[in-house]
Structure formats: C-alpha cells, structure tokens
Ligand binder design. Structure first.
Ligand SMILES: Cc1ncc(C[n+]2csc(CCOP(=O)(O)OP(=O)(O)O)c2C)c(N)n1
Ligand SMILES: [Mg+2]
Length: 398
C-alpha cells in the first residue's frame, strides 16, 4: 500500500473507533477509547464532543498526578516502618480519577482496597488518606482498619472489608435504598478476580432484577495477585457477563481517562434517572506488585511490565492535553512543585497527629452500652499495656 493509502486507512479506522466510543457501544471485543496507546486522539473530536471542558480535562490530569504521588509516598511509609502494608493504586489513576469526578454528593461509592490514593477526588483530605495508611488520629477510621481500607461517613464511602468482592454485596443494599429514596446512584468497584466471587453474581443478579441505580466497575488489571485473567474466567470479556443479567456491559480502555469520564458520566446519569444498571470493564494494568507483601517477578515478565510503564495512563493523558494545547513543560513543572508541597504538608499533619488512644479500639462497636465481654477485654488490655507499652514508630505521638 502507498503511504497515502496507509494514511487514509488509518484515518478511516480512527473514525470508526471514535464512533463506537461516542455511541457507547456495548459488548465490543476491543476496548472503547478516545485516545490511542500513546495518548493522541484516535480521530478529530473536540472536548465538548466528549462531555469535557478545558478546566475538567486539566483537573483530571492534575488529580491523576496527585494520586500517583500519594501512592509513591505510601511505599516510602512502608519502607520507613510507619505503615505496615500497602496496596498500590499506581497504574489505575486513569480509571478512578475521571470516574470519581462524574459523581455527585448524593452518590455512594462501594470501594475496594485499590482506590485509596485517588479518594481525594471524592473530597477526602490528603492528610486523612495518609493518616489511614499509618493509622493515626486523623484517620477517619481511627487506625482500626488495615492500611488501604479507607471509609468515610461524610463522603458516602463505606468502610469495606478485605474479603474479595464483599463490597459488591453491600452495594446491593445501598443501591436499593437509593432507589427507594429516589436520588443518587452507587458505583460499585471490584477487580477481575472479584468477579469469581458469589457476591459479584448476587449484585449483578439483583441489579438486573430490581433495575438498581448502580454502575458496577470491574477494574480488570489482568491479575488477581499471581492469577492471570485467563485463569479467572473463560469469558471473552468480563463486560459480556452483563448480557446474561439483562443489562449492558461496556469494555473500556481503563488507561484512557477521556473514555472513562465520558462513559461513566452517561451511565451514572442513566442509573440516577431510573433507567437501570450498567457494567463497566475497565481494562488496565497494575504497574506495581499486588501489595508490599508480593513479589511480582515470580509470575510476570519484566518486558510485560515495561510495556505498560511505557504506555502509562499519566503519559497518555499528558500527551492528550498537549495535543489539545492545554499543557506544556512549564505547567508540568509548576504542578510537580505544588503536588510535592501539598504531600509534604499533608504527611506532616497526618504524622504529627500521633496514634489514636488505645481505648478507641472499643469505641463505635455497639451503638448502646459496651457489652461486658468487651469491657473485660478492655480491662485485660489496660493491664497488659502497663507492662508492655505500645510501640510508636511515628515522630509525633501521645
Ligand atoms: C475471599 C478472599 N479470598 C482471597 C483473598 C486474598 N486476596 C486479596 S486481594 C486478592 C486478589 C484480588 O484480585 P482482583 O479482584 O483482580 O483485584 P486486584 O487486587 O487485582 O485489584 C486476593 C486473592 C481475600 N482477601 N479474600
Ligand atoms: Mg485484578
């Protein structure tokens, strides 16, 4: 083929890709996307066409960078012994940040452990995120949860457990309650591995039967610790599973923040207006090991990880903004400075707050009187702490 023919074919393919994404086509074999794997638009479109304006496009990128840097700092806290565990968000920013930006104050989030570094988008303070990683006084959960299991009563984010997929079951109740009240929707998150749990079936089934206001987002980062997606399900895609439950499923490029924003905005509105549930499969990649207790070299190749770092969602979003004339090196440097200062300040506040009082362990368990067996345990612990005081790895503290 001549170079001109090759180019015109590329343009035609690009237009087809654009149309499929704009139409929000369900059940495709290839992920819907607006930007290619390097970040350039797949065809000509304006920000308006994809429901964005310049301020929101820039905001999404800035929040993705902040999310990345919070996450990198969390790894440092583990190495310093200030947090005992970390589950990384790195690589998932292009999924979570734009999605969270489409939500209103009425909406609920049923989270899982992959989200925390991005939850400032939901209005949670950066210092609260760091405090939760370290379990200090500013932690909304007062150090009683594992690091990375953030919940917040003021931001309609419930405190989830560690059991894979367990948040799906809670999302059924949340979505049903919102349906009764007639406002808001619930975005329910889980990984590719979580789709093998019964809770996923329960949510999908009730979502279809009751027409629940829920957008189920399966973050397909292609692994459940060491188990690859191919060992999780023989389905061609995860999105296609929605067909059997009676509603639409959408395979999206989870590292394309533009399509994540566009699709989630539309599907969340659909849910809020009583038109029913949707399933999103966000195809992405976990750039870090599963957690600070994992060695990913044992189950995936360096070449594979390198490929995904080269097509990092942050790079793609930056390239897109540059193509749109919204970003340059000066703005990048100014942003990096701001984020660095913000992180330092938030981290200091989180750390200087010190550890919560040990008595907190017994608070908020029962609404009424503390039952006798907890009082007995409290007494025993008080005795033990006299002999062996708590170790405090933080610089502040009480
Ligand atoms: C019921 C249950 N089984 C096993 C585990 C251990 N575990 C924690 S995370 C995880 C992997 C889940 O993978 P996925 O759902 O794909 O989410 P990802 O961690 O990849 O984001 C496993 C097996 C658990 N927490 N709960
Ligand atoms: Mg996974």
């Amino acid at each position: 083929m001549s170079p001109r023919k090759t180019r015109s074919r590329k343009v035609a393919v690009g237009k087809e890709v654009l149309k499929k994404a704009l139409d929000l086509t369900p059940f495709t074999d290839e992920p819907l996307r607006f930007i290619d794997e390097d970040g350039h638009p797949v065809a000509d479109f304006s920000l308006e066409d994809v429901g964005l304006d310049a301020a929101m496009a820039v905001r999404i990128y800035e929040d993705m960078v902040l999310t990345r840097e919070i996450d990198r700092m969390a790894w440092v806290l583990v190495r310093q012994g200030k947090a005992f565990f970390h589950i990384s968000t790195t690589g998932h920013e292009g999924t979570f940040v734009p999605q969270l930006h489409t939500l209103t104050e009425e909406d609920w989030v049923a989270p899982f452990y992959r989200l925390p570094a991005s939850l400032h988008v939901r209005g949670i303070k950066v210092e609260e995120i760091f405090a939760q990683y370290m379990g200090t006084r500013l932690d909304p959960l007062k150090g009683r949860q594992m690091p990375g299991h953030l919940g917040h009563p003021d931001h309609k984010l419930f405190a989830h457990g560690s059991g894979v997929g367990s948040q799906f079951a809670v999302a059924i109740g949340i979505a049903r309650a919102l349906q009764y009240r007639g406002k808001g929707m619930c975005i329910a998150y889980g990984g590719d591995g979580a789709t093998s749990e019964g809770h996923f079936h329960s949510l999908m089934n009730f979502a279809g039967v009751y027409n629940l206001p829920v957008v189920v987002t399966v973050v397909n980062n292609q692994y459940a610790i060491s188990v690859p997606r191919s060992r999780q399900t023989a389905s061609k895609t995860i999105a296609i599973k929605a067909m059997a439950y009676g509603f639409d499923g959408f395979l999206l490029d989870g590292n394309d923040p533009i399509v994540m924003y566009y699709a989630t905005k539309k599907l969340a509105e659909k849910a809020r207006s009583g038109e029913g549930p949707s399933l999103i499969e966000a195809l992405t990649y976990r750039l870090d090991p599963h957690s600070s207790a994992d060695d990913d070299k044992r189950y995936r190749t360096e070449e594979e990880v390198k490929y995904w770092w080269e097509h990092d969602t942050l790079k793609r979003m930056r390239t897109f903004l540059e193509d749109m004339g919204l970003w340059d090196q000066d703005r990048e440097e100014a942003l990096r400075e701001r984020v660095k200062a913000q992180i330092e300040e938030a981290l200091n506040r989180a750390e200087e707050a010190g550890l919560p009082d040990w008595e907190e362990l017994f608070h908020d368990v029962y609404a009424g009187e503390t039952p006798w067996h907890l009082l007995e345990e409290k007494h025993l612990l008080a005795e033990e702490l006299k002999e062996r005081p708590l170790h405090n790895p933080l610089k502040g503290g009480h």
